[in-house]
Design a protein around this ligand. Structure first.
Ligand SMILES: CC(C)(COP(=O)(O)OP(=O)(O)OC[C@H]1O[C@@H](n2cnc3c(N)ncnc32)[C@H](O)[C@@H]1OP(=O)(O)O)[C@@H](O)C(=O)NCCC(=O)NCCS
Length: 235
């Protein structure tokens, strides 16, 4: 997986995923009521129960859209009705397609932040994805000291002030994507591996304590959803 192509398209009715490829999609979670209702019809009873448990209405709507969109995309890759898809979960909650949904051949992961959800799909190996809406953080240094490796914190604190926020979110999302790919959640010690974070430098998993072979097992890349790119460019 070495070629990185950053183009954003609307999904066609039938999606094809070549081998050795990762597809990334993003979806706005703020959709009009009729579409939200339509997507809700795709959810399982478990998902509807999860949706109903949200305290705030906007969280409920976003969950419905996020999971309805996941089913829609998976249905288009697998050419099955989205309602027929069944999920199972790893030991730390990573969702997978159940075998009955012909899922053995398709892996996925998703993340949400603010009003966006992102999805990654691949046919081989494990995949993890994360997204964070960049916002000012007063206690950035403390969070880094708590969650990042010593090397990452040192690099972050050595950067000029105007690069720190971007570097922080680079580090956060890359670490999160790695633990999500491994499916281990926070059971994997966050200070035991190192990712690149300096803005403008290549996106990389640099080091995993005790497992030097890990670095060559994974491919890591970064992206910006085009809607965030537009709002960023428009100021
Ligand atoms: C479980 C975890 C993946 C949740 O992360 P999060 O930031 O709350 O949420 P995200 O938007 O990135 O991802 C949520 C999705 O990941 C998936 N997910 C859940 N458990 C997962 C796991 N163990 N592995 C991979 N993916 C998982 C689910 O699809 C979930 O979506 P859903 O709840 O709508 O079904 C976990 O990594 C976590 O709790 N992180 C906390 C944040 C943190 O401290 N990060 C430190 C970075 S330095």
């Amino acid at each position: 997986m070495t070629a990185i192509i950053q183009e954003w398209h609307l999904p066609p009715a039938a999606l094809t995923l070549p081998r050795q490829t990762v597809h990334v999609w993003y979806v706005s979670l703020e959709q009009p009521a009729p579409l939200t209702h339509q997507l809700e019809q795709l959810l399982s009873s478990d998902e509807r129960e999860r949706a109903a448990r949200f305290h705030f209405e906007h969280d409920r709507r976003r969950f419905i859209v996020g999971h309805g969109a996941l089913r829609t995309l998976l249905g288009r890759y697998l050419q099955v009705e989205p309602t027929r898809l069944e999920f199972c979960y790893g030991a730390y909650g990573k969702p997978y397609l159940a075998e009955e949904s012909t899922g053995g051949a398709l892996r996925f992961n998703l993340a949400h932040s603010h009003e966006l959800a992102v999805y990654a799909f691949t046919r081989e190996g494990e995949v993890g994805i994360d997204i964070e809406h960049i916002h000012p953080l007063a206690d950035l240094d403390h969070i880094a000291a708590r969650f990042f490796s010593k090397a990452e914190s040192t690099i972050l604190l050595g950067l000029p002030e105007d690069q720190r926020l971007m570097a922080f979110f680079n580090c956060w999302t890359r670490k999160e994507a790695y633990i999500k790919a491994r499916g281990e959640g926070l059971s994997h010690p966050l200070d035991q591996f190192q990712v690149s974070l300096i803005p403008g430098e290549p996106t990389q998993l640099l080091k995993v304590e005790g497992s030097p072979e890990e670095v060559s097992r994974w491919f890591m890349t970064a992206f910006v959803p085009s809607s965030w790119l537009c709002s960023h460019l428009n100021g």
